[in-house]
Design a protein around this ligand. Structure first.
Ligand code: AMP
Length: 421
């Protein structure tokens, strides 16, 4: 027998039994996007690797260790080496914003998408090489009201799904005016404790000292004693953060100020936030995260435009729902259409009529005995059967409730009303 081919490491197939939970998270995300007045945008799954290197920063894990490079079969060596699968959506969306001259549209622009992201990381629980994010971005609004609005939106998403104990972790990492002094304070502090740093952190200290705070392998007391960015903010950044926190209080959004939260990407300014379930705060466990990136549009060659967004990981959201045993809303009833002999033209015609009325229909395509067809219908999850017999000539069928066994003759036009009761 030919050798089986398995799925690439770090990827998962979404199987039929996984469907309802995914349908649920995607439909809540889409519905919230509508209610919060976001417009859909789609950008390619791959872009020039340089876009991510510039947008995310060479020192970010996403670029340094996890970039999923792809190449075409043709073209020059340079062209073939130039592409990467997107590790996150913001850089691509900002590229599109600039390229399509979207700054002339009436702003602020509110954009959203749901789609797969790729990071060539070591796969483990909740960390995949392909995963799906719901992303929202607002371009052209300096906040702080919109910052609070997005954090409230994230909390509402988890709340509407039925997840409990989700906490928003919030911090401000300052801006070009105050971050340099904060970076220096971190360099001085961690520089005095080089012997307690990991190799990774020693390297981070040189390239991007804020990211030392991200290192999960450092001793708690070392990190707790580190300078806090909130103590180094300039007046504008301090007022901005105060504004965000006051609004979150006013809206009753559950949050904590988290001094370790710096996020891995270079382009963040001011507000950074993450959502985690209380007690599961380790980096691997974040359900979603986002932040303000006031310098990114300019960095990628556009006109200076403030921006803020979040990416919520739908894989981890689905995992958390399973862990908390969140009940899913019951799905629409499934109706089998069965018959006898080779009356398939009638079965398919009636199936089409009932589908036009909005029902989910599974016609039996076999010539087995009626009893066998009904058995398969129950196994497939049908709760009703439409049985076609001689009365079909008068547009009548028998409608059987597969749970109770009750059966009665009904006009085809009335089947949907009888089922939806
Ligand atoms: P990040 O931009 O790294 O903060 O990612 C935002 C969210 O996407 C995280 O909070 C996770 O929920 C999700 N996420 C990031 N990387 C992965 C991954 N490798 N596998 C699954 N989910 C991920």
């Amino acid at each position: 027998m030919p050798r089986q081919i398995s799925a690439p490491r770090g990827t998962r197939d979404l199987l039929p039994e996984d469907g309802p939970a995914w349908e649920r998270v995607e439909s809540v995300a889409r519905d919230l996007s509508r209610r919060y007045a976001f417009e859909r945008i789609e950008v390619p799954l791959f872009e020039r690797a340089e876009l991510f290197a510039r947008g995310l920063g060479e020192s970010s894990d996403a670029v340094e260790k996890e970039m999923f490079r792809v190449s075409g079969a043709r073209g020059s060596d340079e062209e073939r080496a130039a592409w990467a699968l997107r590790p996150e959506p913001t850089a691509g969306i900002v590229r599109s914003f600039i390229e399509n001259g979207m700054h002339v549209r009436p702003g602020p622009l509110r954009l959203t998408m749901i789609g797969p992201m790729f990071r060539y990381d070591r796969p483990q629980a909740g960390r995949y090489r392909q995963f799906t994010q719901w992303d929202v971005e607002v371009l052209g609004d300096a906040g702080p009201a919109v910052d609070a609005e997005l954090i409230e939106l994230g909390q509402r998403f988890y709340g509407e799904l039925g997840l409990t104990d989700v906490v928003a972790h919030v911090n401000s990492i300052g801006d070009a005016a105050c971050r340099p002094a904060y970076r220096q304070a971190l360099v001085d502090y961690f520089g005095a404790h080089l012997d307690r740093l990991t190799d990774d952190s020693r390297r981070r200290l040189e390239i991007n000292p804020l990211r030392v705070l991200d290192d999960k392998h450092l001793a708690g007391d070392l990190v707790d004693g580190a300078p806090r960015s909130t103590d180094h903010l300039c007046d504008e950044c301090r007022t901005h953060l105060r504004g965000v926190l006051d609004l979150l209080d006013a809206l009753g959004v559950r949050h904590v100020v988290d001094h370790r939260l710096v996020r891995g990407l270079d382009y963040y300014t001011r507000t950074a936030f993450e959502f985690a379930i209380a007690g599961h705060e380790g980096q691997q466990q974040a359900l979603g995260g986002g932040g303000r990136y006031d310098g990114l549009v300019e960095l990628l060659g556009g006109r200076a435009t403030p921006g803020i967004g979040f990416g919520i990981g739908l894989d981890r959201t689905v995992l958390a729902m399973a862990e908390q045993e969140v009940a899913l809303p019951s799905s629409a009833p499934l109706v089998a259409v069965v018959g006898s002999g080779d009356d398939h033209a009638d079965r398919l015609r009636i199936a089409a009529t009932l589908r036009a009325a909005g029902l989910a229909i599974r016609p039996d395509g076999s010539t087995r005995k009626l009893g066998k067809q009904l058995e398969s219908a129950v196994k497939a999850g049908a709760t009703w059967a439409v049985i076609i017999g001689a009365e079909v000539a008068d547009e009548q069928v028998a409608l059987k409730n597969l749970a109770t066994g009750e059966q009665s003759n009904v006009a085809v036009d009335l089947v949907a009303a009888s089922i939806n009761g």
